[in-house]
Write a protein that binds this ligand. Sequence first.
Ligand code: SAM
Ligand code: SF4
Length: 333
Amino acid sequence: MEPLTDPFGRLHDYIRISVTDRCNLRCIYCMPAEGMQFQPQDEILSYEEITAVVEALAPLGLSKVRLTGGEPLVRKDLEQLVAMIAAIPGIDDISLTTNGLMLPAKALLLKQAGLSRVNISLDSLKQDRFSMITRGGDVAKVLKGIEAAEAAGLSPIKLNVVLMKGINDDEIKDFISLTLNSPLNVRFIEYMPIGSASDSWRQTYLPLETVVEACTAAGWETEEADMPSGNGPSQNRRVVGARGTFGLIHPVSEHFCDNCNRLRLTADGHIKACLYWADEYNVRPLVQDPAAVQALFRKALGNKPHNHEMALALEKKAQSHTPTARRMSQIGG
Ligand code: SAM
Ligand code: SF4
């Protein structure tokens, strides 16, 4: 069968599936403090429906699945979904993006069900600041989650750090220090204007050259580093002699769309071929019909623009399409 390609010849073998738009935190860059309207449970894809979508796409070359949200671990018995996806022939890599709070209870169950690895979001190592960014989170619980993921053998563990000017940019050195004696991959991510390109985003957005400058200031010599799996758009480096690595993901200042291999599925069953634009295709009514699911994904890919235009949003310039109105928690990152 024809693989999943778009008009620019990009092969799509990876899907990010949001399993819920709900979350046990309220990070300042992701969700409003109040007034978020969550999708009713009966509008969310069931585990059977999600599995049916992945089953339809696997014969077209889909091999990698990431579960995300909202917070995916607030969805009941997520390990059951992991096991259902792991049983699909052709799927060889299942990963999870999580805030880590529930990993102490879930890491082993997820590993046993077939989860390969986790990305854990952690934007500050200081409790008062972490609580401010997440609106009430406890950093000690995330650190316990990282330990639980390590103990369960979920590897490699990646830490996602959204870098924000004046909020956590003085912690770059502390985060990279975590990689000196531990095989972690710390990924610094530029703050993206998803859901709205507001002035507060422009004031807080920080290009990632800052990370390189912080290494120089710390007197660290760094070298390029290869990652065993799931390299994605991250440019990885290592402090010479360190066990772990750190990566830079700069979607805004330097988009990585040329090599985009991702599809996205929202919790309410909408295909998004690009994180940034508003275009969506509702696959939910079709999930029982694999040929129709395949056709809709091909249609979504057929209309996939070459790249997002976050850099134009930074400059307040006109864009070629309409950006999505969804918040990041409603897409999955
Ligand atoms: N709740 C999980 C978590 O926090 O890891 C998974 C969902 S969260 C939406 C996925 C990732 O998107 C997280 O690493 C989060 O930091 C990132 N994210 C959310 N909003 C963002 C934004 N505006 N810019 C850049 N990254 C963002
Ligand atoms: Fe929740 Fe993750 Fe969004 Fe934070 S980034 S509010 S943990 S979904």
